[in-house]
Every structure is written in structure tokens, then in C-alpha cells.
Write a protein that binds this ligand. Structure first.
Ligand code: AHG
Ligand code: MN
Ligand code: MN
Length: 336
């Protein structure tokens, strides 16, 4: 008996393009290239445990190369392939200080910012990690792009997403028409639509935060999270903790089950006074996804993440993100 095959992500991207009759197909091409890179990273991540064993035994891999660090592999795979995809004018990666130029004569109309491997402290312990990406249209008109093309607010993103390398590999993508999730069938090498039109539960009872830092948060931030841990049966408090330390994994769980993730500023550490997470590579893309899914993302002083005008590529930002009503409550406390 013939069974109907699921919708592939490439099919989904082409179908979404039809909704925009003026679309040139460039964004679809760009997304498809990016997906190929993420499949390559996924294959490498799946081999990581084994590679470590091979590495420990002093052997090299089949190509006779030394085993490479996974975050470096992810970064280089993205840079090398995307620099020649023909749809970008400039890129930026969490792993590189300066902007990344594309191959001359391969310039296109978009810019890409990415965190090649988020949750890198979890690589060696076999816990979910991911790649996060953010896409804008270029601001300049032609030739090579510059940092000015990358320094755009989150609300100007045309697409954002992440690939989670977990118990299965999943792509979560938005191009401004809702959020859709695709699961990789490793035997076929295709992402199939598995989670159409994801909506985050409006209210949750889960909290993802590194509580070890609580003495260093702003007083009103401390008060809010303290309140969530107090007994209140009617409001289903205390909230339950869920924190693994891979933003992409913590975020993904909250997106599907409802939850509030927070990484507030650390008032006692000058390096973390603007928060820990990066605006361009982490906060802005996840903020676009959560808003498209019906949630919200703000800073710990009540600013909307998507409204922030970036001033530098690696700018950090305090991030409070998740179920809408929980972020509403946080905002009310933070702006008292
Ligand atoms: P990255 O691995 O890309 O450097 O990001 C790490 C981030 C993020 O994934 C996570 O939410 C956060 O660091 C965890 O920080 P703490 O260990 O300070 O809680
Ligand atoms: Mn990260
Ligand atoms: Mn990273």
C-alpha cells in the first residue's frame, strides 16, 4: 500500500514563496542552502561521541584528518558554504570578531548572522545543542556588504530559525508566516513537516533560569523570580525549574510546552552587565520566533527585544522570553 509522504521543508518553502507573488526565489534559495549546511553539522554532531573515542585512541578520521572541535567545524562549514551561495552580501558569526565577507562576484541581497553552535558547554556531555540563524535584507544596494547591513533591529528580520541537534534533529523556522517545525529523517536526509503552525501556550508553569546568579540581578528582577517560586495554588505556583544551559534546547522546550526563559543582566560583573546572550545571534532570532508563535521577548528593563537598534555585532542583551502572559507579568514588575 502506498502511504502519503510528508511535506518536505523545501516543498514548504516553495509553497510559502507562492504566497508572495513578487518574491524572486532568492530567500528560498538561501534557506535551502542553509538547511544543507545544518544537515552536515547534524551528521557531525551525531558522530561527535564516536569521534572523541577515536580522538582519544590517537587515530584520525577516514579522511586522515585530526578530529576538529565541533563549534569550529560548525562555524567553518557555515562560512565556507554560505560565502559562495550567491544570496548573501555579508555574514557575521558569534565565533568571529569581524564581519565575514562573501566570495567576490557572489554577492546577493541578504545578510546572515548566526550562532554556529549554541550550548557548546554541553557538547562533551551528549546534551542537545543547536545552530541559530537570523536573516535580513541588505541595506546597501550593491557590491560587498558591511556591518551596517548587519546592524539592523530584530523587527526587520525576514526569516529566523534554529536547528536543534537533540534526540532527533529538528528545524524550527519562521519567514513571518507563523512558526513551523521539521524533523530530519536521517535515512532519507530530508526534513519533514512535523509541527505545523506552532503556538506557545499563553501561560506556563515552567521557568528556565540560572538561579546561581540571583544575588546579582536587579532588585525588581529578583523580586519577580522570587514571586514565581512562592506557593500560590490558584496561580499554580511555585513554577517548576527546567534549565539545561543550552539556550536553544531550553527555548525549544518552552516553545512547545510553554515556559519562561530568562538570562537577566549581572549587576556585579561588568562583562555581563548587558546580559550574557548576544542580540544578533541569539536574542533577536528567537524573539522573532516567539512572537510569531504568540509569545513575547523583552529585556530586564522592559524593552522589546525586536525594537533594539544594534550598535555592535557582538552586543549582549538581557533576555526574558516565552509565554505571553508570563512575559507580561515580568514586564509589569521590571517597569514598576
Ligand atoms: P554558546 O554555547 O553559543 O556560547 O552559548 C551559551 C549560552 C546559552 O546557550 C546558554 O543559555 C547560556 O550560555 C548558559 O549560560 P550559563 O552557563 O551562564 O547559565
Ligand atoms: Mn549561543
Ligand atoms: Mn555558540
Amino acid at each position: 500500500m502506498r502511504r502519503p509522504l510528508g511535506l518536505t521543508v523545501s516543498r514548504h518553502i516553495l509553497d510559502s514563496q507562492r504566497l508572495h507573488p513578487d518574491a524572486s526565489g532568492e530567500l528560498s534559495g538561501l534557506l535551502n542552502e542553509l538547511i544543507v549546511v545544518c544537515k552536515t553539522i547534524s551528521a557531525e554532531v551525531n558522530m561527535a561521541g564516536l569521534a572523541a573515542i577515536i580522538g582519544l585512541s590517537g587515530k584520525k578520521n577516514v579522511q586522515d584528518e585530526e578530529v576538529q572541535k565541533l563549534d569550529e567545524f560548525a562555524h567553518l562549514t557555515l562560512v565556507n558554504r554560505m560565502a559562495r551561495c550567491g544570496y548573501l552580501c555579508v555574514m557575521s558569526s558569534e565565533e568571529e570578531e569581524e564581519v565575514i565577507e562573501v566570495e567576490p562576484n557572489f554577492e546577493g541581497n541578504y545578510v546572515l548572522a548566526f550562532d554556529p553552535l549554541d550550548g557548546s558547554s554541553n557538547i562533551d556531555v551528549n546534551v542537545s545543542i543547536g545552530s541559530i540563524f537570523s536573516i535580513h535584507k541588505r541595506r546597501s544596494t550593491s557590491g560587498p556588504g558591511s556591518s551596517a547591513d548587519l546592524l539592523q533591529p530584530g523587527h526587520a528580520q525576514v526569516a529566523a530559525g534554529y536547528v536543534l541537534y537533540g534526540s532527533s534533529t529538528m528545524l524550527v523556522l519562521t519567514t513571518g508566516d507563523g512558526v513551523h517545525g521539521f524533523t530530519l529523517d536521517p535515512n532519507v536526509g530530508e526534513f519533514y513537516l512535523s509541527h505545523a503552525n506552532i503556538k506557545v501556550p499563553e501561560r506556563s508553569t515552567y521557568l528556565s533560569i540560572n538561579e546561581g546568579n540571583k544575588q546579582s540581578w536587579l532588585p525588581q528582577v529578583q523580586a519577580f523570580f522570587e514571586m514565581l517560586t512562592q506557593q500560590d495554588e490558584e496561580k499554580q505556583r511555585p513554577y517548576s525549574s527546567r534549565y539545561i544551559g543550552s539556550l536553544v534546547a531550553d527555548f525549544h522546550r518552552n516553545l512547545l510546552s510553554g515556559g519562561l526563559f530568562a538570562y537577566p543582566r549581572n549587576t556585579k560583573d561588568p562583562e555581563l552587565f548587558q546580559g550574557k546572550l548576544r542580540l544578533l545571534y541569539e536574542a533577536a532570532p528567537l524573539a522573532m520566533i516567539i512572537e510569531q508563535a504568540g509569545g513575547r521577548a523583552i529585556t530586564d528593563d522592559g524593552r522589546n527585544i525586536l525594537d533594539i537598534e544594534p550598535e555592535s555585532l557582538h552586543q549582549r542583551v538581557p533576555l526574558i522570553i516565552g509565554s505571553k502572559l508570563d512575559v507580561d507579568d515580568a514586564e509589569e514588575y521590571f517597569t514598576r
